[in-house]
Write a protein that binds this ligand. Sequence first.
Ligand SMILES: N[C@@H](CCC(=O)N[C@@H](CS)C(=O)NCC(=O)O)C(=O)O
Length: 225
Amino acid sequence: MTFRLHHVQYARSIRILWLIEEIGLEEKLGRTLEVVEYQIGSKQMYEGELPKVSTASRVPALEIGNKRISESGAIVQYLIEEFAPELGVDPGGAERTDYLQWIHYSETMASLVEQLNLQMVFLRPPAKPSPIVIKLNVARLRHTLVGLDARLADRDWLLDKGFSGADIMLGFNLFAVPYYVKLDEFPNILAYKARIEAMPSYQRVIEREGEQRFYQQDFYPVPEE
Ligand SMILES: N[C@@H](CCC(=O)N[C@@H](CS)C(=O)NCC(=O)O)C(=O)O
């Protein structure tokens, strides 16, 4: 049986590695996950096997049995429905709308990080980052954090029922967000991040990933106009 993840170090595909660890899916399936790793932006992402699994040539893309699925949120929902329903909320369940809301909120946040990555990490001279676009995106990203911090004011995880797929989706973002917005003003997010980082499944993934190779500095301030 095919069990293969297309992955980029510390990219959204981490969500899937983490979920697979958390579920113990390799043991459940009796299969070792094959991880196909790419350099972000490399031509292998566009010319190799990846476009057959993700029509947008993006990671994560998962092959499992005869199924091919991309979009991290779709993969998280699918794997939870099939193998770990306790990490999800079924239609009609008490926190169903919150569950869906926070799964997708995670991508609002991640897409802002992606815009900032594009400006601050990918652009090469003579192209120059746009201070005003960066300033607007940092403000928008910060705004998503205000909402998250409020949500976490009176609960440990995004749902009252406890840790769920929504935390897997959102938790990954907190690896990248601090490169653009300092988290000190968000005590609930800091405590949540610490809870995530204490999880054995998360730690195993971080150990697998090793030192991140994407960001060249610890913090990227908004450039002067
Ligand atoms: N909404 C998609 C976004 C996937 C995505 O954009 N992945 C990035 C890595 S985090 C990617 O593959 N980028 C390829 C590129 O920029 O060329 C998801 O949640 O899976």
